[in-house]
Design a protein around this ligand. Structure first.
Ligand SMILES: NC(=O)c1ccc[n+]([C@@H]2O[C@H](COP(=O)([O-])OP(=O)(O)OC[C@H]3O[C@@H](n4cnc5c(N)ncnc54)[C@H](OP(=O)(O)O)[C@@H]3O)[C@@H](O)[C@H]2O)c1
Length: 441
């Protein structure tokens, strides 16, 4: 990278502006996000003090049709061509997956190249190692595109002198789309998932999205940036949206709530709650308002300052914009500061969390059912806030949903009580539990 500093004569201000910076780029991956990066780079051409020169692009299949026109001589199927090129000072990794992305990123950093990556799955697995290498090599490591919902919060999360107290986010566009469509179309999970797969909003193997892992990866990246180390995946409680039915969405609405898949991190003294699961959020406020593929995040710090952000959860332009922000940081010579010293927190056991619960039982439509269920809940110190009992459209005949909203209770107590209730002869199938959460806004 070359360049010289000067004063801004146009504004008369004494701000230092950087001129004629040239960043020589290597790109790993030319799919949805890689194509978006190339498009946005060509739109920005000549409009800034800095210049980005795309030297080489590594892909898997050289003969594939590309989303943007790229001269063939720029393409390579050998990642080492980029790594070994001394002219290339910055690489953008948008190929995804763990192997060979991890080796490529570590090798690029060892060779003194700045790295920008959108790869949340890799960061969740190897973030501590990758950040350590970036620190050791004195390189910029840009991770904004790994969580589009929060990319403009990332720097404040790292550099704030105050720790976060609560962070909640809708981080998966596929899940938010499916839940929104179930509500709009009045259909259950499976047919809506099928439609989402047909229009390309869900993968053919959708587990990463709908079972909550993608959301958990993004939460781990944010926690890693806030705490200085990336907690392992198994330190989080993770549950997806497969068991949510259209009925639950209707019942939740009657009770004044909307169902969302939420990432939650709460810090209390030296203890941390970190979990991903469906929640009931109060209707019409904050993250509960987000429809379709929209993502968002809300954060409150320890002095009570609250900030939030909303962004589309997927797509080439949102991800490519986040990458361009990191590229501009590189051109301006900025460093992404990583919290030092590390802020180690003990993870609270899931059984010890306390919250309110939405419970759905499928029970025989006969006298005394509610008394039996509420008796068991009472025996476990769980008090009931409201009850809905529905008799219409009984499926199977003679079985009705009983919905109970509880006051705050301990997770272990709820789980014990549900185990006992599910064993009652008047209850059919496994009951459903959805935790109730308060938004920040
Ligand atoms: N799509 C989004 O909306 C979005 C948003 C935020 C973050 N992300 C993240 O961004 C990354 C890329 O996502 P994407 O949707 O752009 O993926 P994609 O469309 O599947 O593109 C992947 C690209 O990487 C190339 N590639 C894969 N394996 C390779 C290898 N071993 N060597 C060289 N090139 C290889 C592929 O080459 P060929 O084209 O030759 O097959 C393809 O061009 C992922 O980490 C994803 O999680 C995506």
């Amino acid at each position: 990278m070359t360049g010289k500093d000067s004063y801004d004569t146009m504004s008369g201000k004494r701000d230092l502006v950087m001129k004629d910076k040239v960043v020589h780029l290597g790109l790993f991956g030319l799919g949805t996000v890689g194509g978006g990066v190339i498009e946005l780079l060509s739109r920005k051409k000549g409009k800034d003090h800095h210049k980005f020169v795309l030297e080489k692009i590594a892909v898997k299949h050289l003969d594939k049709k590309r989303p943007v026109p790229v001269p063939l001589y720029r393409l390579t199927a050998d990642p080492r061509e980029i790594l070994a090129d001394p002219k290339i000072d910055t690489v953008v990794e948008v190929m995804g997956g763990i192997d060979p992305a991890k080796e490529i990123i570590l090798e690029a950093l060892k060779r003194g190249k700045n790295v920008i990556t959108a790869n949340k799955a890799l960061l969740a697995q190897a973030g501590s190692e990758i950040f350590k290498q970036a620190l050791d090599s004195g390189c910029y490591l840009g991770v904004r595109a790994s969580n589009i919902a929060a990319y403009r919060l990332i720097e404040s999360l790292i550099s704030s002198p105050f720790q976060f107290e609560k962070l909640i986010g809708i981080f998966n566009g596929t899940c938010n789309y499916i839940l929104t469509e179930m509500e709009k179309k009045g259909e259950d999970f499976s047919p809506i998932l099928k439609k989402a797969q047909e229009i390309g909003y869900a993968e053919q193997n959708p587990s990463d999205d709908i079972d909550g892992y993608d959301t958990a990866h993004k939460l781990i990246v944010l926690l890693g940036l806030a705490l200085g180390y990336f907690p392992p995946l198994d330190s989080l409680f993770i549950e997806g949206i497969r068991r949510i039915s259209h009925q639950d969405i209707i019942f939740a609405k009657e009770l004044g709530y909307r169902i969302k898949l939420l990432a939650i991190a709460k810090r209390e003294a030296s203890e941390l709650e970190a979990r991903v699961h469906p929640v009931l959020l109060p209707w019409g406020r904050g993250l509960a308002r987000l429809d379709g593929i929209e993502n968002g995040v809300e954060l409150r710090d320890e002095v009570g300052v609250e900030i939030g952000m909303q962004a589309p959860g997927a797509g080439k332009y949102p991800a490519a914009t986040a990458i361009l922000e990191d590229l501009v940081s590189v051109a301006r010579g900025r460093k992404l500061i990583y919290p030092q010293p590390k802020r180690y927190l003990a993870f609270k056991k899931m059984g010890e969390i306390k919250t309110k619960y939405y419970l759905r039982f499928n029970a025989l439509d006969e006298a005394g059912v509610l008394a039996k269920i509420s008796g068991i809940l009472g025996d476990h110190n769980i008090s009931i806030k409201s009850v809905l009992q529905k008799g219409e459209n009984e499926k199977p005949p003679g079985v009705v949903p009983v919905i109970i909203l509880t006051h705050r209770a301990r997770e272990d107590d709820i789980q014990d009580a549900l185990g006992k209730i599910d064993n009652l002869t008047i209850v059919r199938g496994k009951s459903l539990l959805i935790r109730v959460e308060q938004g920040i806004f």
